[in-house]
Design a protein around this ligand. Structure first.
Ligand code: ADP
Ligand code: MG
Length: 334
């Protein structure tokens, strides 16, 4: 029979694949905790150390062991809840999974408590817990990722590559949360910083430069049950790849080829062959049209009735392009 430690390691394997998985889960927890400042510090592409610090609500002393226990904290009480999830986390398996495959130190102070607490977990086990002074918020440091699952550790990319992957992920989260100030420091160097003004365009400017930000067409479209916000690039920013097409459904970054294709098609007649428009598109859909539960890492959201959604999406983009004041410029593509 499998013991608990082994079960946790296996479960961890689905959620925690590489440093970026840790960053994503910890940052999402910080967002769920209501933080408006989130600092990420990594060393060796996150392999040796990942720290995520937030100024959110914190965790009460007594809740810490529970928070690191699998499913003990799942926010779902009934299966219907899945349809109306507001928080990013809902499985209650991120912290337990991280702790199963690394050495994790948490320092936190719950907003309603006078004193903070600190705890250390190794390979899933609570090593010690004590009270300590701490400001409001939470800091979690994950050291020596996969130290007890060497096969996984061996499969990681070079530090630079792991850093690039997690930076890319953090960019997407930062774009979807313009009201939060994000910082990422890697080996002591600040590599990403967003202003926290609440405006997506300010984040885009900071991350990708004003050249890109100055060539965007604003989306503001509603065709029930779908709403579109965000930006698409004008013809000056056409790409030969699709890396600058980002879709967020109800606030979550998603990968979806059919949406990418629909975005490309919306530019038919404006763009040239093999050109891909830039897009940072926020799509709002009712929860009942989505299934966010198909993948533990939650990057794949299944859209129920995807064809209809893609059609509405394409219509929305086309209508926006038609109305854009840049229409003259757009029309001169051929
Ligand atoms: P989930 O997010 O799915 O509930 P996690 O394992 O990611 O599960 O986190 C477990 C619980 O620990 C959360 O539900 C939350 O109550 C608490 N928690 C985790 N990180 C933080 C944080 N940074 N600030 C406050 N509470 C946190
Ligand atoms: Mg979580």
């Amino acid at each position: 029979m499998l013991n608990n430690e082994t079960i946790n390691k296996i479960a961890a394997g689905e959620v925690i694949i590489r440093p970026v998985s840790v960053v994503k889960e910890l940052v999402e927890n910080a967002i769920d905790a209501g933080a408006d400042q989130i600092t990420v510090i990594v060393e060796a592409g996150g392999k040796n150390r990942i720290t995520v610090r937030d100024n959110g609500c914190g965790i009460a002393y007594n809740e810490i062991p529970l928070a690191f226990k699998r499913h003990a904290t799942s926010k779902l009480s009934t299966i219907e809840d899945l349809e109306e999830i507001e928080s990013l986390g809902f499985r209650g398996e991120a912290l337990s999974s991280v702790a199963a495959v690394a050495k994790v130190q948490i320092t936190t102070r719950f907003e309603n408590e006078e004193i903070g607490s600190q705890a250390l977990f190794e390979g899933g086990a609570l090593i010690h817990q004590r009270v300590c002074a701490y400001n409001r918020g939470t800091e979690i440091t994950v050291k020596d990722l996969f130290y007890n699952t060497p096969a996984r550790r061996k499969h990681l990319e070079k530090d630079k590559k792991e850093e690039a992957i997690l930076r890319d992920q953090l960019e997407k989260i930062a774009i979807s949360r313009p009201e939060i100030r994000f910082q990422l420091s890697s080996n002591g160097r600040m590599v990403l910083e967003t202003p926290g003004t609440g405006k997506v365009i300010d984040v885009v400017k900071k991350l990708f430069g004003s050249e890109m930000a100055d060539n965007l067409i604003t989306l503001n479209y509603e065709n029930k049950p779908m709403k579109l916000e965000g930006f698409v690039g004008n013809l000056k920013t056409m790409r030969t790849h699709r890396e600058d097409q980002m879709f967020f459904i109800n606030g979550r970054f998603v990968k979806n080829n059919r949406l990418s294709k629909a975005l490309d098609e919306a530019f038919d007649g404006y763009s040239m062959k093999h050109q891909h428009p830039l897009g940072i598109v926020f799509i709002e859909l009712p929860g009942r049209m989505l299934d966010v539960n198909i993948h533990p890492a939650k990057t794949e959201i299944k859209i129920l009735n995807e064809s209809l959604v893609c059609l509405l999406f394409k219509q929305g983009i086309r209508e926006t392009l038609r109305n854009a004041s840049l229409i003259v410029e757009l029309g001169t593509a051929h």
